[in-house]
Ligand binder design. Structure first.
Ligand SMILES: NC(=O)C1=CN([C@@H]2O[C@H](COP(=O)(O)OP(=O)(O)OC[C@H]3O[C@@H](n4cnc5c(N)ncnc54)[C@H](O)[C@@H]3O)[C@@H](O)[C@H]2O)C=CC1
Ligand SMILES: O=C([O-])CC(=O)C(=O)O
Length: 313
């Protein structure tokens, strides 16, 4: 029996739980939120789609009752506030650091062997906080950002190419921030061929810029940040772990010398399998890409510095 807990049954958490159930990724999905009745209500609503959609996963909800999350294989943390138009993700640190820390500690009490997927923003810093405060091996702490950013990159590429997004390959590494993301345009392909065969340098630059501000654009349109693709990206990462898929996915992970960085969680390609991070994959970056990664890591490290100021570390 496989079990996944999703903490935070708001926009992202509920969507993630819904995708996990619809795709029968786990036998059991538990949602937990502090808002009385919300997780229970959303779980019941989703369970009433089971015969319509034809899934067997059992969904339950609870209000802050961590006993219900016991023995989860994977836990997903989405609790915390989202940004509003005009804000950066980094501005959320003051509120979200305390929430993520206490949620992670509670989860671990009941699921000591769980792999932890952090989604709450600022995600790289929240992942670093989980790593530092829980003291777990680094393969079990995974920040979700790159899966989403890469999916957006492929969307914008497919729009520019006029093709289906499944026909393109592309990855985004670096921090999950408006200015820290690095869409790897040099490695992006359309049917295995470099995109530079099909798109002008200006168009490729435009795609990269749209990708980087993808979350901010949606926040401007929606009044709060996005949830369909973020929830699906969370479920995608959970599935790769739980089903031991050995997929290559950019995730925010603890770096110990890889990409020239230490004491930081930042987005790099990793192989995801039953142990969480099975391997960090080092790409042959050129000088410009290396410089971009260093600048991105420096910016993430600066935000991590604020964890002390807000009393989280
Ligand atoms: N890493 C990524 O790629 C993405 C990250 N996010 C982040 O995910 C987080 C959630 O976003 P949304 O779901 O849109 O927000 P939301 O406001 O819809 O949901 C958040 C939920 O967390 C709950 N919550 C707050 N404190 C809690 C606690 N101590 N224990 C349990 N539940 C608690 C709230 O009651 C609420 O239901 C935000 O920080 C957002 O910035 C959003 C999209 C993508
Ligand atoms: O934009 C935000 O604040 C939420 C998020 O991380 C995303 O959608 O990429």
């Amino acid at each position: 029996m496989s079990k996944v807990t999703v903490v935070g049954a708001g926009n992202v958490g509920a969507t993630c739980a819904n995708v996990l159930a619809f795709n029968e990724v786990a036998d059991e999905v538990v949602m937990l939120d502090v808002k009385e009745g919300v997780s229970e209500g959303k779980a019941m609503d989703m369970m009433q789609t089971a015969q319509l959609l034809g899934f067997d996963t059992t969904l339950t909800g609870c209000t802050n009752d961590y006993a219900q999350t016991a023995d989860s294989d994977v836990v997903v943390i989405t609790s915390g506030i989202p940004r509003k138009p005009g804000m950066t993700r980094e501005e959320l640190i003051g509120v979200n650091a305390g929430i993520v820390k206490s949620v992670a500690e509670n989860l671990l009490k009941y699921s000591p062997n769980a792999i932890i997927v952090v989604i709450s923003n600022p995600m790289d810093t929240m992942t670093y906080l989980a790593l530092k405060s829980l003291g777990l091996p680094k393969n079990r702490i995974i920040g979700m950002g790159g899966a989403l950013d890469s999916s957006r990159f492929k969307y914008f590429l497919s729009q520019a190419l006029g093709c289906n997004a499944n026909e393109v390959e592309g990855m985004v590494i670096g921090g999950h921030g408006d200015t820290t993301m690095i869409p790897l345009t040099r490695f992006a392909t359309y049917k295995g061929l470099p995109i530079s065969n099909f798109l002008s340098a200006e168009k490729i630059e435009e795609v990269a810029k749209s990708t980087m501000v993808g979350g901010a654009t949606l926040t401007g349109l929606l009044g709060t940040s996005a949830w369909y693709a973020p929830g699906a990206a969370g479920a995608f990462v959970v599935e790769a772990i739980l089903h031991n898929q050995m997929k290559l996915v950019p995730c925010s992970v603890s770096l110990e010398g890889e990409y020239g960085e230490t004491d930081i969680c930042c987005g790099v390609p990793v192989i995801l399998g039953k142990n969480g991070i099975e391997k960090i994959v080092e790409l042959p970056l050129d000088e410009a890409e290396k410089a971009a990664f260093k600048a991105s890591a420096d910016a993430v490290r600066k935000v991590n510095g604020a964890l002390k100021e807000v009393g989280a570390l």
